[in-house]
Design a protein around this ligand. Structure first.
Ligand code: BMA
Length: 857
């Protein structure tokens, strides 16, 4: 624990009376969200605006533009980022407020190049959307009406000037800055700004380079002292006691004697007096919590949160109050050297955690549209799918407080990148200083969250520099290269770790994802791994059997959005995988052709549009299931599997498992099963001719577990079967059996049968799975005939499905909005009865059932 004292504080507890502060604080904080209008700088037409908001969404609300996400509207709206825009409103201030000792304006986020004027005095000149901007406005404000005006310079024109002033082009991954859509003549400028990189077009995202007051703005006035920031540093934590040191920054309007009271869950922990000096003070309040309830990631325990409330008062008058929730736990990243390299895993409260999760991109290209309910929905989807970790990828944003609050309460650990992705960035001092301010702001804002597990410098910059040919580009002189690499070193090996060490010393910092060590290029023996190579070479998905690192922080499979979502952004004539509109929503460059390749080689599906949507989803689902199972069966060598990507920022084809409108793709159902606490897997390896079974659990050791394997044909006839009793190891993968595929199959053809697996404890099934012996396209599936019975139940409908024969990938499609099917795309075993619950206002006529055999040639 450490803290920097800015001035000498005398603890004067005995001199001051107890708090007893009145409920209403003297500090006044008013959100400036009313009466905003906006205009193009070269026009005099003023329209209503929303703050927080963006120019694009304001233009949409005003009816000036059509929905940017519809069809190819993206191409028609590229003019917006070339313009300057002005926002203005009136702030009313009365004499009482004006009399306060201190008055400031705080912008939590300005996107991006903004000059702020109050009554025609320039008070802020902003150039970084990731940091807060504030100004002391006591001298500029007047009683009555005050005009607040924000002038946004075109981010593109500012960035182009920066681009042109550099003698060389900073490298950037080609599909990750789609400048050609914006008419920039190939000039990739995203990295010249401190702004969401994906706004410039990404391999899953549109190119809409926004401007706007994207986070709340406040007018804050006070007389006594304002709580600037609190750092709840967690010391020794065990069952008996948790030691917490509250390090508090207080901004005092004058020299003051104040009382500071800290309580948790309503119980007073400490109360102490302090003498403050005018200006910024740092005080410390050590407290201890008896018999603490510890916080765990989802699946490992509960998520108790302590409501911490701090009150600052003077003579019984409350000056300011701050409440926030903290979770008590220890967390560390363990890199234990071993015979191959070194481990890389998270340990919470002394227990190793296999990280099950996905990567997160901004929830909406127009960021302010994504708020707490949307965060709650998506993170609940993540927990429903048995995840315990999410990686906030570096080309988006440091998310809103609401995001981390949701993660704290649901038990989702957060891997937090700093905002750098897939490019080299400028390294001049001004740029570095801007990053410094941004990093300090965000580290201080987020460090109290129980869910925050790791800070990571950037996404794929080490890979880009060393592996993607950047450092060897012929166009660079030695001097250029030195400048870029020196900048990289200063930023990611020096400045950011120093900031984390200074402001959040209890958290682990990792310079780049992926890397094998603090400075090392990724490998499968240490550190974290992004595995994408299969795409370029069109390798079979079975390559995921061998490409396994210690912690898989990215890998993924592209597919279509759900048909419901595709129908929303297309018209009839667009509904073709190769139509310009459909392809305009597939940003990855290689897709949809690459997806079509896998669909064809693995499934041989029909080529009508909706069959292709179905097959592309099944492909993604099967592939993710395979990869996750491989990662988990290699536990504890591999201790993390975060697939790319959970969500979308617009309706599109991508690697997401939940699409832009929140619909679960087939993969989300498969991921949910593959991430169950305990799973059973049969690894059928045609290359070696072997079949190996595994029991894998995140839980405790279980003795006398029974594995039943049954080989059946597609009509349900039992061809072979075995039972095995074994001990399931604690928090690991246990190999149960190994044998020859040929011996198991005997005279049965691989195309005609499947293997069911069941793990039982005391007669109760704890895990089940199915394994196949050939490519899906070669399976000789009988024509399906699924019978459905419907029953109206509370909040929806229950469907009971049966079939005489085996049915692959049963899809239950439901017309209408706001419906949720609790299981989907599942395999139905012969004569099995399967019950599915459909939540929502649905009738049987809205429900269509199909399956793989119907979409297969
Ligand atoms: C990863 C990410 C993203 C990208 C994704 C899919 O490497 O870091 O930049 O969108 O791959 O290509």
């Amino acid at each position: 624990m450490k803290c920097k004292l800015i001035c000498t504080i005398a603890a004067t507890a005995s001199l001051l009376a107890s708090c007893g502060a009145s409920a209403k604080s003297d500090l006044q904080r008013t959100e400036i969200n009313q009466g905003w209008t906006f205009s193009r700088a070269d026009s005099s037409a003023w329209l209503d605006a929303s703050v927080p908001g963006t120019v694009h969404t304001d233009l949409l609300a005003a009816g000036v533009i059509e929905d940017p996400f519809y069809r190819d509207n993206e191409l028609k709206l590229q003019w917006i980022d070339k313009k300057d825009w002005i926002y203005k409103t009136i702030i009313k201030v009365d004499d009482k407020e004006l009399d306060k000792n201190r008055i400031e304006i705080l912008f939590e986020g300005l996107d991006t190049y903004a000059d702020v004027y109050l009554n025609d005095s320039k008070i802020i000149s902003a150039d970084n959307m990731f940091r807060t901007w504030r100004a002391d406005v006591k001298q500029v404000l007047k009683s009555g009406d005050n005009e607040l005006k924000v002038y946004f310079h075109s981010p593109i024109r500012v960035a182009l000037a920066k681009y042109d002033s550099l003698s060389y082009q900073l490298p950037c991954f080609p599909t990750n800055d789609q400048s050609y859509i914006g008419g920039l003549d190939g000039k990739m400028v995203n990295m010249h700004n401190r702004k969401t990189a994906s706004h410039f077009g990404w391999d899953w995202g549109p190119r809409f380079v926004t401007s706007g007051i994207w986070k709340p703005a406040y007018l804050i006035s006070w007389n006594g002292a304002k709580i600037e920031n609190i750092h709840y540093q967690q010391g020794k934590i065990d069952k008996e006691k948790a030691e917490v040191l509250a390090v508090v920054e207080l901004d005092a309007a004058a020299d003051e004697n104040v009382m500071v009271k800290l309580s948790a869950k309503g119980d007073k922990l400490a109360e102490q007096g302090f003498s403050l000096k005018k200006g910024l003070n740092v005080i410390e309040l050590p407290v201890s919590i008896k018999n603490p309830e510890l916080w765990y990631p989802a699946g490992s325990g509960a998520q108790p949160l302590y409501d911490m409330q701090m009150e600052i008062s003077k003579d019984g008058q409350l000056l300011d109050r701050n409440t926030q929730k903290i979770g008590l736990r220890t967390i560390r990243v363990v890199q234990q050297p071993d015979s191959v390299g070194a481990s890389f895993y998270f340990e919470v409260n002394g227990r190793p955690i296999f990280a099950k999760g996905s990567n997160w991109i901004p929830g909406d290209n127009f960021l302010p549209r994504f708020r707490k309910p949307q965060y709650e929905k998506l993170m609940t989807d993540a927990v429903e799918a048995n995840m315990n970790m999410i990686r906030i990828w570096g080309g988006g944003i440091y998310e809103d407080d609401a995001f981390y609050q949701v993660c704290d309460s649901l038990g989702i650990l957060v891997w937090q990148d700093f905002m750098f992705a897939c490019a080299m960035y400028p390294s001049d001092n001004a740029y570095l200083e801007s990053v410094r301010a941004e990093a300090i702001d965000n580290v201080k804002r987020l460090r109290n969250h129980a869910s925050l597990a790791i800070w990571c410098g950037n996404n794929e910059m080490t890979s880009g520099w060393h592996n993607w040919g950047w450092k060897n580009r012929k166009s660079y002189t030695d001097e250029n290269k030195k400048e870029m690499w020196d900048g990289y070193t200063r930023m990611f090996f020096e400045m950011l770790p120093e900031i984390v060490n200074q402001y959040d010393s209890q958290r682990f910092y990792w310079a780049s994802s992926p890397s094998s060590s603090f400075t090392g290029i990724q490998n499968n023996q240490s550190g974290d791994v992004h595995y994408w190579k299969y795409r370029g070479k069109k390798l079979p998905i079975s390559v995921f059997r061998t490409e396994i690192g210690r912690f898989m922080s990215e890998y993924g499979f592209n597919c279509s959005a759900t048909s419901k979502t595709v129908d929303k952004y297309t018209e009839e004539q667009d509904r073709d995988f190769l139509s310009p509109v459909y392809k305009g929503h597939v940003k990855s460059g290689e897709d949809p052709e690459l997806t079509i390749y896998y669909m064809d080689t693995m499934y041989r599906g029909k080529t009508d549009f909706y069959s292709m949507i179905y097959i592309s989803q099944l492909f993604q689902a099967d592939a993710l299931k395979f990869a996750i199972e491989q990662h988990r069966l290699n536990m504890p060598y591999c201790m993390g599997s975060l697939y790319w990507q959970l969500n979308d920022c617009w309706p599109c084809s991508s690697w997401s498992s939940v699409d832009y409108y929140g619909e679960w793709k087939a993969s989300h159902y498969f991921v949910k099963k593959a991430f169950e606490r305990t799973i059973v897997v049969a690894d059928v390896n045609p290359e070696s001719g072997m079949i190996t079974t595994y029991g894998i659990t995140d839980g405790d050791k279980v003795e006398n577990v029974e594995l039943s394997t049954t080989l059946i044909d597609f009509n349900g006839n039992v061809l072979n079967g075995a039972k095995q009793t074994f001990t399931l190891g604690e928090n690991t993968s246990t190999k149960i059996t190994e044998g020859k595929i040929a011996e198991l199959l005997g005279t049965n053809a691989p195309t005609d049968c499947l293997l069911t697996l069941e793990l039982k404890v005391d007669g109760k099934v704890i895990a089940e799975n199915i394994a196949f012996f050939c490519e899906y396209k070669d399976m000789k599936l009988p024509a399906s005939d699924v019978k459905c019975k419907f029953a109206t139940v509370k909040d929806g409908i229950e469907v009971e499905l049966t079939s005489d024969t085996f049915v692959r990938g049963v899809e239950i499609a439901v017309a209408g909005e706001g419906v949720f099917v609790n299981d989907n795309f599942f395999d139905l075993l012969p004569k099995q009865t399967k019950k599915v619950f459909i939540k929502g206002d649905v009738a049987p006529k809205d429900i269509t059932v199909s399956d793989f055999s119907k979409h297969k040639k």
